[in-house]
Design a protein. Structure first.
Length: 764
């Protein structure tokens, strides 16, 4: 049972907004853009309307009513006892006629429920029910009103409650059965791997006591199963509503689903509802159509068919992408938005980091708004630092503005030209190149706010046939403004001006906000979560991760020893090779010779990692020229998922050759090539980020905040990539292999100290 329906000694409790959202939405899914007020605008709008009402008008009237075992509670926006008129106030922008039908049905349902509560509380026989739509830009009201008898309103209320109670009782039974089964949850294998039991136990204690845990555990011990098992065991005692398993990449999501499927098959967690969340573009059945009923058949009548689809999805319980799609298409509803609805009713949700940590994350909004008691499992947590920087950064590309100015939509030319002129003043004083600022340029936020208002008004006036160019540009501007609202010393402004002489065209600017330290943005997320376990094979040193992610100061820490025998992995440093940028051309022949010698001494499958695609291509060309008899294949820029799968498929138990890849890319972590599928890795770099003005600013900011700025900005992230890449070689207790570290700097004490302690490193 979701926390949205609370159990009490006297039955169940539900908020009016939840009751109506569940039972009263009807008609099409319609995601055509209409400008909408912010939450702050909504509060201000309500205050503006109610301030106009003379005494004895009542504001924010607390109400409750019972229907059988269900207690419904909420606050009516306003009640005029003289006119016997209840008002439900909704703020909007643009033409009120553009309020979607499904939204208006929801608004009427809420108003009528509050009206019945007042009738019952005040013994009224009839009441006027009014929807008051307030335009926050023009400060004008549009009222839609109708008189209803108490009998009509009671019948409406009881109908909604009956439909909701059917579902709520089922959810209550599901929650009880789920918790009963989880209390006796058994590990789905005969025994734990070395280190796995320790990790499972630490996760259970963390989630039982509502704390946070940071775990460094080696690749191959079964971290996914251990953390899931421990967190699931803790759910009943802690009253956990949702367990969110969050990962950076698709392979991590697949591992989590495989582990949960094993638990389901073994009967250990057969009553769990498991939901996989994917990006909207990956779930869309009609990418050539817009998300509204006039365009997409799966949006037409969506809310009319949603209740049956929801029931079938709940019965199916296992809702990975394929299963959810099957249920959705059976009922002719959109798979993505069925999944969004089922987020409320699932026990375990597997998805990307952005589903909880992004600025507009849906799971985060529900966790805070409902509220939910949520447990987090954060896989490959070292990736969250860079991903969070991306989430809290924003960029405005001038090419999009220029395209609109070439063919300006009706009524927008003046606004587009104004922003173009302002943009020109921002970078006018700088020469071609990059400028980094610690503050937002004067007037920037105001100019963008005015421009976004102009764009919103245009789209509101053309809502039935919106210009998709305008819509895309507005979303870009709005995201920039959202990031600008939370700008601080954790971020900087980057202004880049192209050189006209080089580019052969007029100078253009790129304006961006670059987040450097995501900790201030992530801290509220950690505190909203009841518990969290973050785990990875590369979190050393842990202070680096704690500082950059803003974890609570009392976060528990655990380092699980490696279960592997050092004799399984030969690690060798080549002291005569330098992969520094200025030395690469001269050292290419030596690097290629080392790779070929190792391959000929022990033929099999190898991965070779390089710091960039340019470096990879140089090494690949030199290797193919010198050793044409050795099979090679390589990663390319912008590889599609099918091409990535084909790259990995080249590594078989009987194949031989060398796959060339970029360190920190798709093949540096998250792929599993056990046994003879991979017997070695060549790593031709320390993985240090490029020295440039932006990274130097990062170094300075981290130095000021935490000290050791160079280590935080360059050394620690680079060596994490190296250890991740090397971790592809030994995946199980029977694996044996070799890792060749091809740079003399690996021999330095400060570098060796960041490599796994169980490695026995040789020189030569």
């Amino acid at each position: 049972m979701s926390i949205e329906t609370r159990a009490s000694p006297d039955g169940l409790q539900v908020a009016v907004r939840v009751l109506c959202a569940f039972t009263a939405q009807a008609g099409d899914l319609d995601l055509r853009f209409t400008p909408s007020p912010t939450a702050q605008d909504g509060v201000a709008g309500h205050e503006a309307v109610t301030a106009r009402r003379p005494a004895p008008y009542q504001r924010e009237v607390p109400l409750r009513a019972r229907c059988g075992d269900l207690l419904v509670q909420g606050r009516a926006d306003g009640f005029d006892p003289t006119a016997v008129r209840l008002e439900e106030i909704k703020t909007h922008r643009g033409d009120v006629a553009l309020v979607r039908d499904n939204h208006r049905a929801l608004h009427w349902a809420q108003a009528r429920v509050y009206a019945w509560m007042l009738c019952e509380q005040l013994a009224l026989e009839r009441i006027e029910v009014a929807l008051v739509y307030f335009n926050i830009d023009t400060q004008t009201e549009t009222a839609l009103a109708a008189w209803h008898t108490a009998d009509e309103l009671r019948e409406h209320f009881q109908d909604l409650c009956a439909r909701y109670m059917h579902w709520a009782r089922g959810e209550q039974a599901h929650r009880q059965a789920r918790d009963t089964q989880l209390q006796t949850l058994a590990f789905p294998f005969e025994s734990f791997r070395a280190g796995q039991h320790e990790l499972a136990g630490a996760t259970w204690r963390t989630h039982t006591h509502g704390r946070h845990l940071l775990v460094q555990a080696p690749t191959g011990i079964g971290k996914t199963m251990a953390t899931l098992f421990g967190a699931l065991k803790a759910m009943p005692a802690q009253g956990t509503d949702k367990l969110l398993y969050l990962t950076a990449k698709t392979p991590g999501r697949r591992l989590a689903l495989d582990a949960l499927a094993r638990l389901q098959t073994a009967g250990a967690a057969g009553r769990l509802r498991v939901l996989e969340r994917v990006a909207r573009e990956k779930a869309c059945e009609h990418p050539d159509k817009a998300c509204h009923g006039d365009s997409c058949p799966l949006a037409s009548g969506f809310y009319d068919r949603l209740p049956r689809a929801r029931e079938d999805a709940a019965q199916a319980a296992w809702l990975d992408q394929a299963s959810l799609r099957t249920v959705a298409l059976k009922h002719d509803v959109c798979p993505y938005y069925l999944g969004q609805d089922m987020l409320r009713w699932s026990d375990v949700v597997v998805g990307d980091f952005n589903h909880f940590f992004d600025l507009s994350a849906h799971a985060w909004a529900l966790t805070v708004g409902e509220p939910w008691r949520v447990g987090l499992l954060v896989d490959e947590a070292h990736n969250l630092v860079e991903r969070a920087r991306q989430m809290y950064s924003a960029e405005l590309a001038p090419v999009n503005l220029a395209a609109l100015r070439k063919a300006p939509p009706s009524g927008l030319k003046a606004s587009l030209d104004r922003l173009h002129r302002f943009w020109g003043t921002v970078g006018r004083e700088q020469a071609a190149g990059q400028v980094l600022l610690n503050e937002l340029p004067d007037g920037l936020t105001g100019a963008l706010q005015q421009h976004s208002a102009d764009l919103s008004e245009h789209l509101a006036q053309h809502a039935m046939a919106p210009d998709l160019r305008v819509q895309a540009w507005l979303f870009e501007v709005l995201h920039f403004l959202r990031v600008a609202e939370v700008f601080g010393d954790h971020s900087l402004v980057e202004i880049t001006r192209a050189d006209a002489a080089v580019r052969g065209r007029a100078p253009r600017h790129r304006l961006a906000i670059r987040n450097l330290v995501p900790a201030p943005h992530l801290q509220p997320r950690w505190y909203a979560a009841h518990s969290a376990t973050l785990f990875s094979a590369t979190l050393s040193p842990m202070d680096h991760t704690v500082n950059l992610l803003g974890l609570p100061p009392d976060v528990a820490r655990l380092e699980v020893p490696s279960p592997f025998d050092p004799a399984q992995l030969q690690v060798r440093i080549t002291p005569h090779i330098s992969t520094r940028f200025q030395d690469r051309a001269e050292s290419l022949d030596s690097l290629v010779a080392v790779m070929a010698a190792q391959y000929r001494a022990l033929p099999g499958n190898y991965l070779a990692f390089f710091s960039s695609f340019d470096y990879l291509q140089q090494a690949l060309a030199r290797f193919e020229t010198a050793h044409p008899d050795i099979g090679v294949w390589s990663q390319s820029r912008g590889m599609a998922e099918t091409d990535r799968n084909a790259f990995v498929a080249r590594f078989t138990e009987h194949s031989q050759g060398i796959g060339f890849a970029v360190l920190g890319g798709a093949f540096g972590e998250g792929i599993d090539l056990p046994g003879q599928r991979l017997i070695g890795a060549f790593i031709a770099t320390l993985g240090l980020p490029q020295v440039n003005p932006l990274n130097e600013q990062l170094r300075a900011r981290l130095q000021a905040r935490f000290g050791h700025g160079y280590d935080h900005a360059y050394l620690f992230p680079g060596l994490q990539k190296v250890v991740q890449a090397a971790g592809r070689v030994i995946r199980g207790p029977d694996d044996r292999g070799v890792v060749v570290l091809m740079d003399d700097r690996f021999a330095r004490p400060e570098v060796r100290g960041l490599l796994p302690a169980w490695w026995r490193i040789e020189r030569g």
